[in-house]
Unconditional design. Structure first.
Length: 171
């Protein structure tokens, strides 16, 4: 039979070992936390810098007079590039990324306003909630950039610009 002092010493040794293990685990977590904070800080700085650059590019784009004809040069796709340019006189749907161009053409060909859930199958996607919400985000972006209108919530039509009727499918 084990004596009470021996049992207490054994429990104390086990508790001491558990404390040492938890201290080592806490130190490891502190290192991981510091790395995660550093990564977050870099991402925040990157996002702020990208937003500044995009704002500068948007301002420069408005001021540029000798830019190439947008009807001839599609917008480049890549990191740091505005994939969906704001609509302006003479710009055609051909400058949009494929899925956005398809959406604009589908909305242009529709007899009336369309909802995201009606557009999803027409662009070849399965009508799941995720695909509908993703398409709704694209529709909202097209509204923000002046390609589409949303006269009533969730119902999208082609934006009508002065003297622009019939130019959606032009290249």
């Amino acid at each position: 039979m084990v004596s009470l002092p021996e049992e207490l010493q054994a429990r104390e040794a086990a508790a001491r070992q558990r404390v040492e293990e938890l201290q080592a685990e806490a130190a490891e977590l502190a290192v991981r936390l510091e790395r995660a904070r550093a990564a977050l800080s870099r991402l925040e700085i990157t996002r702020e810098t990208v937003m500044e650059v995009l704002a500068d590019l948007s301002a420069a784009e408005v001021e540029a007079h000798d830019a190439p004809d947008p009807r001839e040069t599609p917008a480049p796709h890549g990191i740091g590039v505005m994939a969906v340019p704001p609509w302006r006189e003479g710009l055609v749907a051909g400058v949009l990324p494929d899925v956005y161009r398809d959406i604009v053409e589908i909305v242009a060909d529709a007899p009336g306003p369309l909802q995201a859930k009606q557009i999803v199958p027409r662009i070849g996607l399965e009508a799941t909630t995720a695909k509908i919400e993703g398409t709704r985000g694209k529709l909202k972006r097209l509204v923000e950039r002046g390609w589409l209108d949303e006269d009533t919530p969730g119902r999208f039509t082609l934006a009508r610009h002065e003297g622009d009727a019939g130019h959606v499918n032009s290249r």
